[in-house]
Design a protein around this ligand. Structure first.
Ligand SMILES: *[C@@H]1O[C@H](CO)[C@@H](O)[C@H](O)[C@H]1NC(C)=O
Ligand SMILES: *[C@@H]1O[C@H](CO)[C@@H](O)[C@H](O)[C@H]1NC(C)=O
Ligand SMILES: *[C@@H]1O[C@H](CO)[C@@H](O)[C@H](O)[C@H]1NC(C)=O
Ligand SMILES: *[C@@H]1O[C@H](CO)[C@@H](O)[C@H](O)[C@H]1NC(C)=O
Ligand SMILES: *[C@@H]1O[C@H](CO)[C@@H](O)[C@H](O)[C@H]1NC(C)=O
Length: 483
């Protein structure tokens, strides 16, 4: 059922009382924005902030469209064009019921009982596991990710407008690791790429390590018999002191290119130690994938569950017809849900190599980096993470206006399953379960050489196409806030 006729919910002004105290910078920024909403200084600051908030949902977070299969019909009228005053807020918050109990934040070990890990994942939608990535592979990831940061022309620039210091989509499609990571075992480097050692450490961890095995095992109850599991998207990210934080959200097609009809699991791998204090890490709203207010939260953040089946037809269509107030803006659009997510927030105390596995529909956000916390020799530390999103082979690649590489390469890949695309057009979504596929691993190089660069160029063109709409949307949000 399509939700496109539902009226677009308007952003509601943040007011001081409806904010719950939060330990991150985004709160302070939004608060200042609201209090000084009519001063020139704040308008300037808030313009940038809003610009980025909209940008993240349509630009960085990509664009696209798909089927709305899990959206609900019961969206409270309060979200529509109505300012959330204190009484509304109290009432809406009351309706959420009491704050649920949470398990203590355990980091499981690879040696723990799988059933126990599974039970925790099922209940909370998320588990953290230690010991899945070997020391050797972590070393190679360390080296490779430093290289990515050095090469990224965007690093260190425009920090004000960014959420991440570095963002590199699809590291499995990068092919220049061979020089420094050549396998010394001669018999493993002949024509057939060895399953045990791939020269790109991101391929190694995403496709060939224990990580996809555990991810697939956690997803098993959601899979059809014999169904494959594939990498639907992988992203390397590093976080410095960027002040913009995208609020609680689930991923758009730019980060999760499958229609809402399929389940999925994100393996979020810490490449640096990330203490629970001091910021820079990852926050998850425990259990939010299965709450009574899940659909409401998805609606106000314009999640892909509320996209039209046939997709948006253009950038104009997306901006005009998407539900809610943008991926990143739940704090102003639905302060009661923001508060509940803050109350059920978990930030793990992570060591390098620890992995957070979370369900596709679990709400999450990054945490502002408190730069004062890292001093001395760690002064230039950035927190690096590599995130691999796994989906069943039956996941459908979204149709409509978007930035998905496989579709930009060949529009008929839209509406195909990930299995079909990979079979017909090359390993855009490489299989990991029940095992990786030798043929696909070999085909990866051809894809990287011949198709990916052309698709990347087309993606840049799409992003340019969206820019005027981003600016316009930011201006409109701005003028609503002024009133
Ligand atoms: C490989 O290592 C050499 C020497 O350590 C270094 O100069 C070079 O930049 C590296 N190559 C790549 C592609 O990183
Ligand atoms: C070298 O590769 C072969 C074939 O993949 C494997 O059987 C052997 O154990 C490897 N040796 C080492 C030292 O890694
Ligand atoms: C499922 O796996 C079994 C055993 O390998 C095989 O016989 C059967 O044909 C498979 N079914 C499908 C639908 O792939
Ligand atoms: C994709 O599928 C949707 C829903 O079945 C349909 O409405 C749409 O026209 C299809 N688009 C393409 C490009 O095939
Ligand atoms: C928004 O959706 C409506 C209804 O489908 C459509 O008529 C309109 O053209 C869309 N807006 C834009 C800007 O495409």
């Amino acid at each position: 059922m399509t939700k496109r006729k539902q009226k677009k919910a308007q952003s509601t002004a943040t007011n001081k009382e409806t904010n719950t105290p939060s330990d991150d910078g985004s709160f302070r920024l939004l608060e200042r924005l609201a209090i000084l909403g009519d001063s020139g200084y704040a308008l300037c600051g808030s313009f940038l902030l809003l610009m980025v908030a909209v940008a993240f949902s349509w630009y960085a977070d990509g664009a696209g469209s798909g089927t709305a299969s899990t959206g609900t019909s019961e969206i409270p009228a309060l979200h529509k064009n109505k300012q959330v005053n204190e009484r509304d807020f109290e009432e809406m918050y009351e309706q959420l019921g009491p704050v649920p109990e949470m398990r203590p934040p355990v980091v499981f070990s690879i040696d723990d009982d799988l059933d126990e890990i599974h039970a925790a994942y099922k209940q909370e939608g998320v588990v953290a596991v230690r010991g899945l990535v070997s020391a050797d592979l972590l070393e190679r990831l360390d080296e490779a990710s430093r290289e990515l940061i050095t090469k990224d022309p965007g690093s260190k620039k425009n920090q004000r407008n960014k959420q991440f210091h570095t963002m590199q989509q699809n590291p499995i499609f990068l092919n220049d690791w061979t020089a420094n990571t050549t396998n010394t075992n001669a018999s493993a480097t002949d024509a057939t790429i060895s399953i045990s050692q791939h020269s790109n450490p991101f391929v190694q961890v995403a496709l060939l390590s224990q990580v996809p095995k555990l991810a697939s095992q956690l997803m098993l109850p959601e899979l059809e018999a014999n169904e494959s599991v594939r990498v639907i998207r992988d992203i390397f990210l590093s976080k410095d002191k960027e002040e913009f934080i995208c609020g609680w959200h689930v991923d758009d097609f730019g980060f999760w290119p499958a229609t809402a009809s399929s389940p999925g699991i994100n393996a979020w791998i810490a490449l640096d130690d990330m203490p629970a204090v001091g910021g820079g890490g990852f926050a998850l709203a425990v259990g939010s994938h299965a709450t009574s207010w899940r659909d409401e939260a998805q609606y106000v953040t314009g999640a892909t569950t509320f996209y039209p089946e046939e997709g948006f037809q253009s950038a104009a269509d997306m901006f005009a017809n998407r539900t809610g107030s943008g991926t990143c803006n739940i704090q102003t659009a639905a302060p009661h849900l923001y508060r509940r997510m803050e109350e059920t927030k978990r930030i793990w105390d992570l060591k390098r190599g620890d992995i957070i596995f979370h369900q596709r529909w679990l709400f999450h956000r990054t945490v502002a980096f408190e730069r004062d916390y890292v001093t001395g020799e760690n002064e230039n530390l950035v927190y690096r993470r590599y995130s691999v999103r796994y989906a069943p082979g039956s996941a459908i690649i979204p149709p409509g206006f978007g930035t998905e590489l496989s579709v930009l390469w060949d529009p008929s890949n839209a509406n195909r399953t990930a299995d079909a695309v990979s079979k017909l057009d090359g390993p855009w979504y490489p299989q990991v379960w029940p095992s990786a596929n030798d043929g696909e691993l070999e085909g990866l190089q051809d894809l990287i050489d011949k198709k990916v660069p052309i698709a990347q160029e087309r993606k840049l063109a799409r992003q340019k196409e969206m820019q005027p709409f981003l600016k316009q949307a930011a201006r409109e949000t701005q003028s609503r806030q002024r009133k």
